[in-house]
Ligand binder design. Structure first.
Ligand code: NAD
Ligand code: FES
Length: 274
């Protein structure tokens, strides 16, 4: 059992932050890794990337969007409640070299994962330009935490309610046109965002890493549920990833596979709140 020590609602209650006491996971967790959670003994297994971890306090942070029945169930957990199972850390940690200047691009809920990854990019000694995008001001999360890690920061919103109006790809293109010191881009967010970031950086021949979130079941390489095509070969996101060279990822296939159960997830959510 894992005690919740903090429950915070962000983005008008559509994104939830939970801090959990998980000392064994916190002692080992590295940026980029994830956990698999079962809220209670009847709950399904949900993979959630670790947004932060502190080996000294033994606390890990998870941040998730409410998309189906299981994430809605997890939302009900408040400080003092106990989550049944948390397995991890799973997946390969982020591997970042000192390259000079890196751009980290986060879209919507993906910003939560980007935060932990940005810590690793910083620790490797890089100078960091952050570009955070969301549909409107209320959906920009972890801005203060990201500002602490980034040397420069640009915010975009789709509706122009904060920062520059438009998608994250517009300021990214400006940076790529003007700055020749950028050697790495890290993009985490919706599939269409990561795909468009990669299409852009490919033209500039700049290495681009993405964090993928396909459907997962066991999280240990046994079921094949999380398979993704990278460079024309099948990889398993849970044990070969979740980070991959974005220029080699087949995003169209990933999008199709991820959409397979969308209707079922929505129906299960509706049924559970009736
Ligand atoms: P969203 O749809 O509101 O988009 C967030 C930002 O992404 C936008 O503000 C924009 O800047 C950028 N974006 C969107 N469409 C784009 C396009 N066509 N071209 C360029 N940029 C574009 O995001 P949301 O609702 O918070 O995202 C939810 C999605 O993100 C879900 O599908 C979820 O599965 C996914 N997600 C992925 C990860 C991951 O590990 N990659 C993590 C969390 C969430
Ligand atoms: Fe089963 Fe990756 S989740 S193989």
């Amino acid at each position: 059992m894992f005690e919740v020590t903090r429950h915070e609602e962000m983005a008008q209650g559509s994104i939830i932050r939970l801090d959990l006491i998980a000392p064994q996971i916190a002692a080992k967790a590295k940026p980029g890794q994830f956990v698999i959670i079962r809220a209670n003994e009847f709950g399904e297994r949900i993979p959630l990337t670790i947004a932060d971890s502190d080996p000294y306090s033994g606390i890990i942070t998870i941040i998730f969007q409410i998309v189906g029945k299981s994430t809605a169930l997890l939302r009900a957990f408040k400080a003092g409640d106990y989550i049944k199972d948390v397995a991890g850390p799973l997946g390969r940690p982020v591997e970042v070299d000192k390259v000079g200047t890196a751009v980290v691009v986060g879209g919507g809920t993906g910003i939560a994962i980007l935060h932990h990854v940005t810590k690793a990019v910083k620790e490797a000694g890089n100078s960091i330009i952050g570009i955070l995008g969301a549909r409107s001001k209320d959906y920009i999360i972890m801005e203060d935490e990201m500002r602490l890690l980034c040397d420069e920061m640009v915010i975009t919103t789709d509706d122009g309610s904060y920062g520059i109006q438009g998608f994250v790809t517009a300021p990214l293109q400006e940076y790529l046109d003007e700055r020749f010191d950028i050697k790495l881009v890290y993009a985490i967010g919706p599939i269409i965002m990561m795909k468009n970031v990669c299409n852009l950086t490919r033209k500039y021949n700049i290495k681009t890493m993405v964090s993928l979130n396909p459907i997962m079941v066991d999280g240990t390489g046994m079921c094949g549920g999380c398979r993704v095509s990278v460079g024309g070969k099948t990889s398993f996101c849970c044990c070969d990833g979740p980070d991959f060279d974005g220029h080699a990822v087949d995003f169209d296939e990933l999008e199709k596979r991820n959409n397979m159960y969308l209707k079922k997830e929505k129906d299960a959510l509706l049924f559970s709140i009736r």
